[in-house]
Ligand binder design. Structure first.
Ligand SMILES: [Zn+2]
Length: 319
């Protein structure tokens, strides 16, 4: 196809940024919760953007190598980021994904004919000059060469990472081997730049549920610090219930604690703490649980100290 068959989608016709849709980030995971992403300018809401990305995978990245090819094309080959993904043709004026070699969308770094855009070349040459200068100064780190990540956006080439998501971007579309994960800027901490997964699973090749996607994103966005506090308190209560379940009833507590404290002693049972406790009480060990059950907490403590005194009077004088 020729470049004349590729049209701007209607929503961008005329004034490119007339409707000023929210920008977003498309990204691939980079291990340990990290990601590498690019700016996507025209991201028309969570479910519509999810639809565009899922269609891209259905049309261009079907194979088992799909994610690798998506990363190569969407992230690595276009450092300037994307105006929009998908394309319209003169035959079909609706914006939709096209098979390679049709354009995957419109980026900020290339022109329609595939040549680098003048603005991008200019930025690249400036970066090259900075790299040479930094090398002369013996300081050729990426940080000294590339513009800061926070400047990602139209016309800026920048790899976006979890710590450099530009201000104002609320959605990250993470591409995994099996599907899409949408992360949303958390409403409880909007100024912390915290992103929370809104949808665990939008598998490739499956029908999406736009309502469910919008609801999940809205739920993360509308969360308040009070909501988070409530969730934390509820979690504390449930955890305490879980731990309480593992603690024995009151009358078994002394033996439970003894067993815990003596589990590293390599001493035969007849010389162990339970036997010593029974001896101090003048009982057989089999009678000990019932005896402890009848004692008050203060009497239990006295019995323990008495048993210690019988074993080692020097260290544990009688009370
Ligand atoms: Zn490009």
């Amino acid at each position: 196809m020729t470049s004349t068959e590729t049209l701007e989608p209607g929503i961008l016709a005329g004034d490119e940024f007339a409707q000023e849709p929210d920008g977003a980030v498309i990204a691939v995971p980079a291990g340990g919760g990290a990601f590498q992403g690019r700016y996507l300018h025209h991201a028309p809401g969570p479910s519509a953007t999810a639809r565009i990305i899922l269609d891209l995978f259905a049309v261009r990245y079907r194979s088992r190598e799909g994610l690798r090819r998506a990363a190569a094309e969407l992230i690595n080959a276009h450092p300037g980021g994307w105006r929009y993904l998908g394309a319209a043709t003169s035959k079909d004026r609706e914006i939709r994904p096209r098979r390679a070699p049709a354009p995957v969308g419109s980026c900020f770094c290339h022109q329609d004919d595939g040549s680098p855009s003048p603005a991008y070349v200019e930025a690249a040459l400036a970066a090259h000059a900075r790299a040479e200068a930094a090398q002369l100064l013996g300081n050729a780190s990426a940080a000294s060469v590339l513009p800061p990540g926070g400047s990602a956006g139209p016309g800026h080439a920048a790899l976006i990472t979890r710590s450099s998501v530009p201000e104002g971007i609320d959605l990250i579309y993470l591409l995994y081997r099996d599907g899409l994960l949408i992360e949303v800027r958390d409403g409880a901490y909007p100024n912390y730049g915290r992103f929370t997964p809104a949808i665990v699973d939008v598998p490739w090749g499956r029908e999406i549920d736009p309502g469910a996607i919008e609801d999940a994103v809205a739920a993360v966005r509308s969360r308040t610090p009070a909501d988070l506090a409530r969730a934390k308190v509820a979690e504390t209560l449930a955890e305490t219930a879980e731990r309480l379940r593992a603690i024995p009833a009151h009358h078994d507590l002394v033996l439970h604690l003894l067993a815990g404290n003596s589990r590293h002693l390599s001493i035969p049972r007849e010389h162990g703490p339970e036997t010593a406790l029974a001896r101090a009480a003048g009982l057989h060990t089999a009678e000990l649980p019932g005896h402890l059950h009848r004692l008050e907490r203060g009497e239990q403590i006295r019995l323990l100290n008495q048993a210690a005194h019988l074993l080692n009077p020097a260290e544990h004088p009688a009370a």
